[in-house]
Design a protein around this ligand. Structure first.
Ligand code: FHN
Length: 446
């Protein structure tokens, strides 16, 4: 009988404690492949703050007239939190309907309240009238439906006495007090909670830190080691003071395609490359824009400024055309239901994706950047031209070193289109009317 040769993963799990294990496993497998394929995810900002229709955490960190609630009132919200209509499977079904291929859930926002049953604090979901571990219910539903799930985790923690002197109002010391002698205890707490999240909820595809300012104080290297010792394939973003696996522009798109080694400047959205630069594959830096559908990450019944489904579809295309992922946020209501305006838009995106997802999922940035009226994505032998401004009967696509195309067609129907290609310019005969009211996709196949 042949001896059982342990698999690579079994070997690494055996030596998981050794610092080499994660690097070994990651070195060999392209652990980012699923993420590059997914392109579109659902962000979920949810906690007792949804009861008050205020933004998550900020009303106690930077009190404002927009969210008039005292720290005492905010901290009392968990006592009334009981989302009896929460149905984790319904969240997953909605994400699938939108063609979102991963979900990222706020396990702990800056307020320090844990939406998971942590053994290291009483300020948690299982100590509310709801009693159940919402992160666990969502993880279970995701695993049953084959939906990758990631966890948002805030290093800033207004509730933990080793993060800040909690005798003071959070507005006075919300950035934390790392020089206090107790600070190491907070880092221990963070590591313990990260290990809970990565050992009790099945596969966690990514950890989405949200470190705010002076992130080096959170010892990112230590937290990375802890995460990878538990799950070596887990991706980690760039918000705990080290670059991590992907960049996270928030509520905006980088002006060009991000590249490794160049800092993304949030002020002017500059990627440090020349405009419309098309990087070599090995230069490309993974990135993800996260965005709200209105203006608030949390549920806010007073925020009616919803982006239209056309705006959201076009943002998804814009992001994909520069090689990025789009993490679109929902803030569930206090009863556990995702509000109709969000559902409507996600389903509208899903309808467009029903016809065009081949040009988004598994794609990367296209060869034509900065064109007026259209965007491009690429996948294998196909270049997809996403037309925003319909050109009448002729579409011109020009760029240096375009491949020689053998066919042109409408993606959603497969209808062949006449085209000519000469000196780096492709001229396609298109119908007089745009076939799709939001974005029409034309496939050029080489
Ligand atoms: O303060 C948070 C905010 O509530 C939200 O979680 C976003 C999502 O990326 N991050 C921080 C603001 O940059």
């Amino acid at each position: 009988m042949s001896a059982h040769l342990p698999s690579r993963r079994e070997l690494l799990t055996m030596f998981a404690a050794s610092p080499l294990a994660p690097m070994l496993l990651r070195a060999e497998t392209d652990y980012t492949a699923w993420y590059r394929e997914a392109k579109f995810g659902m962000f979920i900002h949810w906690g007792p703050y949804s009861l008050a229709s205020v933004e998550a955490s900020w009303p106690i960190m930077q009190p404002s007239k927009e969210f008039p609630i005292t720290e005492e009132q905010y901290r009392a919200l968990p006592q009334q939190f009981n989302p009896t209509k929460f149905d984790a499977a319904a969240f997953v079904d909605l994400a699938k309907a939108a063609h979102q291929k991963y979900m990222v859930f706020t396990t702990k926002h800056h307020d320090g309240f844990c939406m998971f049953d942590s053994a290291y604090t009483d300020y948690k979901i299982t100590n509310t009238p709801y009693k159940k571990d919402i992160a666990g219910l969502l993880a279970e539903a995701c695993h049953s439906a084959g939906m990758p799930i990631g966890f948002y985790y805030s290093p800033p923690d207004m509730n933990h006495p080793a993060f800040r002197d909690t005798a003071k109002p959070a507005r006075d010391n919300w950035n934390g007090e790392p020089t206090r002698s107790v600070w190491p205890l907070y880092l221990d707490y963070m590591e313990l909670q990260l290990r809970e999240l990565l050992t009790r909820y099945g596969d966690v595809v990514l950890i989405w830190f949200d470190g705010l300012h002076n992130q080096r104080k959170f010892d990112g290297e230590r937290m990375h080691r802890a995460i990878l010792a538990c799950q070596a394939q887990t991706l980690i973003n760039n918000r705990i003071g080290i670059p991590g696996d992907f960049e996270t522009p928030e509520q905006f798109l980088p002006a060009a395609i991000p590249v490794k080694g160049k800092k993304l400047d949030w002020e002017n959205r500059d990627t440090g490359t020349k405009p419309n630069y098309v990087p070599k594959p090995e230069e490309f830096r993974l990135w993800e824009t996260c965005m709200t559908i209105n203006h608030t990450w949390a549920y806010n019944k007073n925020d009616h400024e919803f982006k239209s489904s056309r705006q959201l579809i076009r943002t998804l295309v814009e992001v994909a055309s520069r090689g990025g992922n789009f993490l679109l946020n929902v803030g569930p209501q206090p009863d556990g239901v995702i509000q109709p305006e969000f559902q409507e838009r996600l389903r509208a995106i899903g309808k467009w994706m029903d016809r065009n997802s081949a040009a988004i999922h598994g794609s990367t940035y296209g060869p034509v950047q900065g064109a007026k009226g259209f965007r491009t994505t690429a996948r294998g032998r196909d270049v997809f031209v996403h037309v925003f401004d319909w050109p009448g009967t002729t579409l011109e696509v020009a760029a240096d070193d375009l491949p020689k195309f053998n066919s042109a067609s409408l993606l959603e129907t497969g209808q062949p289109l006449q085209f000519k290609q000469q000196d780096g310019r492709v001229t396609v005969e298109v119908p007089v009317q745009a076939p799709d009211p939001d974005v029409t996709v034309i496939t050029l196949r080489s």
